[in-house]
Ligand binder design. Structure first.
Ligand SMILES: Nc1ncnc2c1ncn2[C@@H]1O[C@H](COP(=O)(O)OP(=O)(O)OP(=O)(O)O)[C@@H](O)[C@H]1O
Ligand SMILES: O=C(O)[C@H](O)CO
Length: 418
């Protein structure tokens, strides 16, 4: 393996370690005085790590807890907690079981009691209780349509919130008079609290009208009974919840920059709100690499060795039948663009360790990636067209597999140039 690829792996490792949620959760807990019964509800892909840090900090003060996380994301039992693994990105029966358990725990609390609500991305799928008149199948179907449509997460969650009895502030209304302290790990560009995990304890800024407009915009097939429910407004005020944000993609970009700098690359973070189409983002990062490596520009962006970093969450409009995720799609698109270039490595990863419905966190490509694909009889352009980045990158040996990382603060793409 060349040293630039080794450097890239070091940057991945160090950036993910820097955004693990434990230290930030402990800091957030230390700021607060809790009374009465303390119940912990943890949802999302980072739920287990956040819950474990909470239990280790508060010990027996916590009376009960539930962790609702993605399959294979639990790292074992936590004393006094029920751990439920559920479907993601499409919810399943266990998502409802998780929400029911949480509702049972918060059901009889008084104004003296506290709910520590640990929220991380993935929560929208993992924690679900459909509104009356809506079935789990309805939610699965609309989620499938939304994920393939190219809609961004704010749009997707505007629909999810209106169809759910635990999203868009509605979970908070079911906690009675108890005080909710929400500690939130952000995986939404711009840290919009009403979008992260669909803001279960935050006033919803989306409206029924917007939800219906999104249905029209993406030409989604929605039955009449769902349109009726979409017309019921979500809470616009939540008074029993205090919220703190403990981590976001900004910290991920910063950690990548620090790790790159330690390895001798001059880093620059060009964006932490990347939200365009994944393959366009790949092309854009390539044009930057070309500018750095080849141009005679008298005012160069950076001189090699350097690292260009961007964070955010791109979108993919699924038209093919292949397997992949937005980071793999970006990496494949970039591989085509940097074909033949020397001393350029690009990687794009999801900090949660899973990119799309695959076992990869993302992809890492260089100037020879497409050659390796062609040697394996794979035409990169055709695979990109078919949204099949996973199989193309697998054949060239360019998948990044980390397993579940225990955190979730969006995606980062890094181009290293020497
Ligand atoms: N074959 C594919 N190629 C590219 N992208 C895909 C493919 N299949 C699914 N996707 C994308 O993967 C996304 C889901 O990915 P993932 O499970 O990483 O979600 P996520 O955004 O991290 O989830 P959450 O926001 O709930 O934490 C969908 O938005 C979808 O567009
Ligand atoms: O769960 C979700 O809705 C996304 O991960 C955004 O937080």
């Amino acid at each position: 393996m060349n040293t630039m690829r080794q450097d890239a792996l070091t940057i991945i490792d160090e950036s993910i370690k820097a955004v693990l949620p434990e230290a930030a959760v402990i800091k957030a807990l230390e700021k607060k005085k809790f009374t009465g019964n303390i119940v912990v509800v943890a949802i999302g892909k980072a739920a287990w790590n956040m819950a474990k840090a909470t239990k280790d900090t508060l010990g027996d003060k916590v009376s009960k807890g539930v962790v609702v996380t993605k399959y294979h994301h639990s790292k074992g039992p936590i004393e006094g907690f029920e751990i439920i693994e559920a479907g993601h990105p499409i919810p399943d029966e266990n998502s409802i079981k998780g929400a029911d358990k949480a509702l049972e725990l918060v059901g009889n609390l008084t104004e003296k009691d506290h709910v520590i609500f640990l929220i991380s991305g993935g929560g929208s799928a993992l924690f679900e209780k459909p509104m009356e008149g809506v079935s789990l199948e309805d939610i699965m179907d609309i989620t499938n349509q939304l994920l393939a449509s190219g809609a961004d997460i704010v749009e997707i969650n505007a629909i999810r919130k209106h169809l759910s009895a635990v999203k868009g502030g509605r979970f908070a209304s079911q906690c009675g008079k108890a005080n909710i302290y929400a500690i939130v790990l952000s995986d939404v560009v711009g840290d919009r609290l009403d979008s992260i995990a669909s803001g279960p304890a935050y006033p919803d800024s989306s409206t029924s009208e917007e939800a219906l407009r999104i249905i029209e915009k993406y030409k989604l097939q929605v039955a009449e009974h769902l349109r009726k429910v979409l017309n019921v407004e979500t809470p616009k005020k939540v008074e029993n919840c205090e919220t703190v944000i403990t981590g976001s993609v900004t910290a991920l970009c910063e950690a990548a920059a620090m790790a790159a700098e330690k390895l001798g690359y001059k880093p620059i973070v060009i964006a932490s709100t990347l939200d365009c189409e994944a393959k366009e983002a790949g092309k854009f990062m390539v044009s930057i690499a070309k500018e750095i490596k080849n141009s005679n520009n008298s005012r160069p962006l950076l001189q090699p060795p350097c690292a260009v970093i961007a964070g955010g969450e791109t979108v993919v409009r699924l038209t093919g039948k292949g397997k992949g995720g937005r980071n793999q799609e970006m990496a494949l698109s970039a591989a085509i663009g940097i074909e033949g270039m020397e001393d350029v490595v690009l990687f794009s990863i999801g900090s949660d360790g899973t990119d799309g419905p695959t076992d990869a966190a993302g992809g890492m490509v260089d100037g020879k990636t497409t050659q390796r694909m062609k040697e394996a009889s794979i035409q990169p352009e055709a695979y990109l067209e078919n949204n099949d980045a996973y199989h193309a990158l697998k054949a060239s040996g360019d998948l990044i597999i980390t397993g579940a990382t225990g955190t979730n603060v969006n995606d980062v793409v890094v181009v290293l140039c020497k």
